[in-house]
Design a protein around this ligand. Structure first.
Ligand code: HEC
Length: 214
């Protein structure tokens, strides 16, 4: 081995070493930004859960997917609180609130003879499953100035059960929610959940990519 060859080999080893160091440096940074991203996701999740957070409290959980299998008997039990103000039988009297026979799918403010609040009377549209979910979750949040003086049903299972029971109080029951209605409700009420599955690698990778760009 002459001097020249030795130099070449030495240079090659040196360069290899530099490349190794440099790629180690890059790798470290990539891993580092991964970690950052994962932490950010986890913290966001904790904040959402612990704060009872503004984002969480502003919208009810979706329930359309629960209605087909909801506990109708439980819904009937829960309806006892509604019965203080509502009757549910065909031709039943209005109380503090209107009779609710056939309410699922009926137009909002469905009885001509009842003195509805301006908010409900002017709302338009029908009581589809998605709007019943929002109204029964927090009547006052859904209908501006509503006369329904009721705090709401906080548990999604309870709302699903009551709605499933209301569905039976009709001449012919409204069709069950379709797959596309179920998907639309989830997309509206659970936008974070579709992005958040933090166990998947995709969100972290996306985030790391953004870091490198910026
Ligand atoms: C304290 C009395 C009261 C209770 C309890 C109550 N409601 Fe009402 N409800 C009303 C009143 C009053 C209205 C009319 C609201 C308006 O005009 O804004 C109403 C309206 C409604 C409507 C809309 C009716 C329509 O014609 O558009 C639905 C649906 C409804 N209530 C369901 C329920 C259910 C289900 C429960 C039980 C989980 C319940 N309510 C509990 C008083 C009550």
């Amino acid at each position: 081995m002459n001097n020249m060859e030795f130099n070449k080999i030495f240079a090659a080893v040196l360069i290899a070493g530099i490349i190794a160091m440099f790629s180690g440096f890059i790798a470290k940074n990539i891993i580092h930004s991964h970690e950052m991203e994962e932490d950010a996701v986890a913290i966001a999740g904790i904040e959402g859960a612990s704060g009872g957070g503004p984002a969480k409290a502003a919208m009810p959980e979706p329930v359309l997917h629960l209605i087909a299998t909801a506990d109708v008997a439980q819904g009937e039990k829960l309806s006892k609180v509604c019965a203080a103000c509502h009757s549910f039988d065909n031709g039943g009297p209005n109380g503090v609130g209107p009779n609710l026979w056939g309410i699922v799918g009926a137009k909002k403010a469905h009885l001509d003879g009842f003195a509805y609040s301006d908010g409900l009377a002017g709302m338009g549209g029908n009581w589809d499953y998605a709007s019943l979910n929002k109204f029964l979750w927090k009547p006052k949040a859904y209908v501006d100035g509503t006369k329904m003086n009721f705090i709401g049903l906080k548990k999604p299972e309870d709302r699903a059960a009551v709605i499933a029971w209301l569905r039976t109080k009709a001449g012919s029951s409204a069709a069950l929610p379709s797959d596309s209605q179920i998907a639309a409700e989830k997309a509206e009420l659970e936008p974070e959940v579709s992005e958040a599955p933090a166990e998947g690698e995709a969100p972290a990778e996306e985030g790391a990519g953004e870091h490198h760009k910026g």
